[in-house]
Write a protein that binds this ligand. Structure first.
Ligand code: ATP
Ligand code: MG
Length: 559
């Protein structure tokens, strides 16, 4: 088991510490059950960054014996799609988390949100403002000058009337907003009388044309949390500056609960992009083959690539929770996958770039069998039978016509171990008219069955092989980083400029041992010497397709 590497700033996990304080005797939530929520906006598929948030939201609830809701944050009517909702649920279930019967839509609360807005107006804490978006921007002031609005002190009755007429659709988009009356001089700009409702004459995917005014996120989110009785609203760092507004909303409405917002750092991974907007662009402009392309950092992409729920949860656990945004190396994610597959993947032999190996002293027509372990790390996984005959396939790269220093595989005169079978001595090769090697020749030593030398002589090279008489054809897809730049979307870079043209390599004529016959996605394998692979969802019994999930070599170096 690899050691656990944690971000230093996670010592004790500050979220856990805050919750512990809150539920302790005399704490804010003494005697209450910890209640969190995961609130995705259904405008795209979930990615590995969301997995971090999911693990924190569900994980914290679990840790304290509490519960976690799943809530579609669908208050913005513009770009939501039902397709995403099912995919989001599927991904969370796949990770192994359960919201039970607590599945909600923020849009279910539109009526209550409206009532709370009316409450604020009645208390003199909100007003209808008729500045256009441009005028509002021009009047927002700067660090030394307060913002201004000529509508701030209009009578409560007038705001109540106008707000209702906004709701009734009497005014055009951009003509009016409802603003919270907080502090035009605040050093925190999100407290300078923020807009809490805007006119938006768009039909909503769930509420249809019931509404033509929609609440802003900063007003809606605390209300959603309060309605659901959330105790701890865990979110990413960009909401830190908005926390005073979150608290202001909760303090000034007759909120049924008083949730506490706690922020943590967003996850970034190098050589990839994470925002849904960019991921959508990759899909829509055809740079990848859909949201579940195995090169995508989406959960469906990672799943198709061969990532397991355990590997992703373990990754999220090990990167920890911190207050500073940082970029985690992609190789660390791979490292976590290897840890899991090393313990759990079935071993098989597959040749990606086959060349015939003829054992010239092995009788024609003879076949013998070997019983080999399925997984050296898990005895209970049992064993399988592989066959050996006169004609085999080996990797073309495992033969050289002449010895090169440090090279221990096939070259004339050298002894090599065919994994689990025999020691063979290379005797030469046959080439076609272009000089390409088409057959390699060797003689086997019948005394070495199983791969051991009876006299203890050293054989350095061991190669994988398959029986040419008894194997299947397969297509194997090899992947590399989707982007050549470690930070393709930082600063003024256009991430599209850094797409790696070699991120997908397709090998068509691979040969794999017959034991994989009938296997279905997401069966995981270790192809000896080549890495971990899984069956692709497009694989059929007649046209097997495998994805390389990760190579065997660990590129992750502990700093
Ligand atoms: P994106 O920019 O990818 O669209 P988002 O924050 O708009 O991200 P939401 O659907 O609103 O996406 O996110 C749902 C939850 O997941 C939020 O609580 C958000 O803070 C969290 N989240 C999103 N991206 C990350 C990330 N990279 N790391 C950690 N948490 C994230
Ligand atoms: Mg968003």
């Amino acid at each position: 088991m690899a050691e656990i590497i944690k971000d230093e700033s996670t010592a004790g996990n500050f979220i856990e510490n805050f919750i512990t304080e809150d539920i302790a005797e005399g704490g804010k939530y003494e005697g209450k059950k910890v209640h969190t929520r995961f609130p995705p906006e259904p405008n795209g598929y979930l990615h590995i960054g969301h997995a971090k948030a999911i693990c924190i939201d569900f994980g914290m609830a679990e840790k304290f014996g509490g519960i976690c809701n799943l809530r579609m944050d669908d208050t913005n009517p513009t770009k939501e799609d039902v397709e995403y909702i099912d995919a989001i649920k599927e991904d969370i279930k796949w990770l192994g988390f359960d919201w039970e019967d607590r599945f909600y839509f923020a849009s279910e609360y539109f009526e209550q949100m409206y009532e709370y807005a009316v409450e604020l107006i009645k208390k003199g804490l909100a007003y209808v403002c008729q500045l256009t978006p441009e005028e509002m921007r021009a009047n927002r002031g700067d660090l030394t000058t307060p913002a201004t609005s000529p509508y701030r002190d209009r009578p409560i009755e007038e705001s109540l009337d106008l707000f209702q007429r906004m709701k009734n659709g009497e005014f055009d988009e951009g003509k009016m907003t409802l603003r919270a009356k907080i502090d035009l001089a605040s050093g925190n700009f999100s407290m300078r009388d923020p807009v809490i409702y805007r006119i938006n004459k768009i039909s909503h995917h769930r509420t249809g044309n019931d509404w033509c005014i929609y609440p802003m996120y900063d007003f809606a989110h605390p209300i959603e949390d309060a309605i659901e009785g959330i105790t701890h609203s865990l979110c990413t760092l960009e909401f830190e500056a908005h926390r005073p507004l979150y608290d202001w909303v909760i303090a000034n409405i007759t909120a049924p609960a008083k949730p506490r917002q706690i922020e943590f750092a967003r996850l970034g991974i190098n050589n990839t992009v994470m925002s849904k907007r960019r991921l959508r662009q990759l899909v829509e402009d055809g740079y990848v083959n859909g949201w579940d392309d195995p090169r995508m950092p989406t959960l469906c992409g990672l799943r198709r690539r061969g990532y397991t729920p355990a590997s992703i949860r373990n990754f999220c656990e090990r990167i920890g929770v911190s207050k500073t945004n940082s970029v985690v190396e992609y190789s660390f994610l791979e490292h976590c996958l290897r840890d899991d597959l090393n313990m759990n993947a079935q071993r098989v032999m597959c040749v990606l770039d086959p060349v015939k190996l003829v054992i010239t002293n092995y009788p024609e027509g003879k076949t013998e069998t070997f019983d080999v372990e399925n997984n050296p790390n898990k005895e209970e996984d049992g064993s399988r039978t592989i066959t050996f005959s006169r004609e085999l396939y080996i990797e073309a790269g495992d033969f050289l016509e002449e010895k090169v220093k440090g090279y221990n595989r096939f070259y004339p005169g050298n002894e090599v171990r065919l994994k689990s079978a025999y020691i063979v001595k290379c005797t030469g090769c046959k080439k076609d008219e272009n000089g390409k090697v088409v057959e390699v020749y060797a003689e086997y030593d019948p005394e070495t069955r199983g791969g051991d030398t009876p006299d203890g002589r050293k054989v350095r090279g061991t190669v994988h092989w398959v029986d040419a008489e008894n194997c299947l054809d397969a297509e194997v897809r090899l992947y590399d980083n989707l982007f050549t730049d470690p930070e393709p979307d930082v600063g003024d870079k256009n991430f599209i400029d850094f797409i790696n043209p070699d991120s997908l390599q397709i090998r068509k004529n691979c040969k794999i041992e017959k034991s994989v016959e009938g296997a279905q996605a997401p069966m995981h394998y270790q192809f000896m010497r080549l890495g971990y692979f899984c069956i692709d969802k497009d694989s059929t019994p007649d046209a097997l397709i495998f994805n390389r999930s990760v190579s065997l070599k660990d590129g992750f170096k502990k700093k």
